[in-house]
Design a protein around this ligand. Sequence first.
Ligand code: GDP
Ligand code: MG
Length: 424
Amino acid sequence: MLTAIVGINWGDEGKGRMVDLFSQEYDVVCRYQGGNNAGHTVVNDKGKFILNLLPSGILNENTVNVMGVGMVIDLQHLSEETGRLRAGGIRISPDNLKISDKATICMPYHKLLDVLEEDRLADKKFGSTRRGIAPVYADKYYKKTLRMGDLLHPETLREKLEGIVEWKNLTVANGYGHAPVDVDETLAWLLKYGGEFKDYICDVSEFLYQAEAEGKKIMFEAQLGALRDIDYGIFPYTSSSSSIAAYAPIGAGVPGLKLTNTVGIIKAYSSCVGEGPFTCELFGEDGDKLREAGGEYGAATGRPRRVGGFDVLASGYGVRVQGATSLALTKLDVLSYLDKIPVCVGYRLNGERLDRFPLGENLKHAEPIYESFDGWHCDISGCRTFEDLPKEARDYVRFIEERVGCPIQYVSVGAEREAYIKMF
Ligand code: GDP
Ligand code: MG
């Protein structure tokens, strides 16, 4: 069985928290795209953990975790992240972590280029997390990158690196006028941090096809939401990889297999990190209160997130591009403080009401149409059945379900593992 757990919105929907919950039932959890540019926060009986690169199943004793072919991996970050988790009592070894030999290595000069370019753009910047993700994906498609499997052949590493660095310095030194990338220094970095993971690097496809054939339950964990997908998101304010479910088997390492189901994680209100159109955005006191209530600060960067009411159009679009078969609605408890719950029920463009999410230029000019729903004004974090929820909260859940056209299977009412309602 192959399940994708993906974000319906702009990311930070609580995917990590839901994957942590579901992963107890899965034999294998895979990451299939991205690098350490985003973060999942998971709170469970062992403590609070922030995961940037590792699949969330790593927190679960019996789950095997795969870092797939579509990922870009900053070795130093991986070393630090595994170190932090081990210090927190998490076991990480080659039998519960498998890293694809085809995954791309995100190098220190990719980070450098990200910073140089964002600085060059100054006030026109895209809001990159400056972790080298766009530069490394660009180089991947340029076919001028090292892959994890190259670490298993140290005898040819210098030669490969020299060729790439020579080309890279055309941009770093000749273009940006920065000090050139040094081969020795970069090679030392590769050997130091890459050396730690040699025993983890393998052909994950082999492992995954085998696991599927044995009837194992495999989960694919997305790192960013639908609206950040390179092709289907709010380009160019997207990530540089495919975050949608359809890409999951490809990015994990099993392109020949089809997903059995796709669970979309959808948040009870909206949040967005960085630049770009965010039609439903709330400003001033309304925004500040919601940001505070939801703790909307980036897990990877600490940046305050932009916030808004639930966005019917953007979410409906997200459900469709993800091909979600069911939904998990998160952070419903965050709205408990509100008398009236603001919901962005549609957009207006040039005086006309839109009933589909627009992209490109139209999105830039769209204005939100807000309506408000009655709040419930009590603590719902202890609710464990749908009937436990106050009527106003039940109405809100049913409204979202109806408008986005997909059944809500879970409602999350707190960050803790057990704080959720299973609807069916
Ligand atoms: P991800 O990137 O989609 O995994 O989401 P993040 O981890 O960046 O952000 C979600 C945040 O909300 C985390 O701090 C979670 O612990 C927290 N969270 C997740 N679900 C809930 C929920 O239902 N209620 C509350 N109050 N917090 C939640
Ligand atoms: Mg996040």
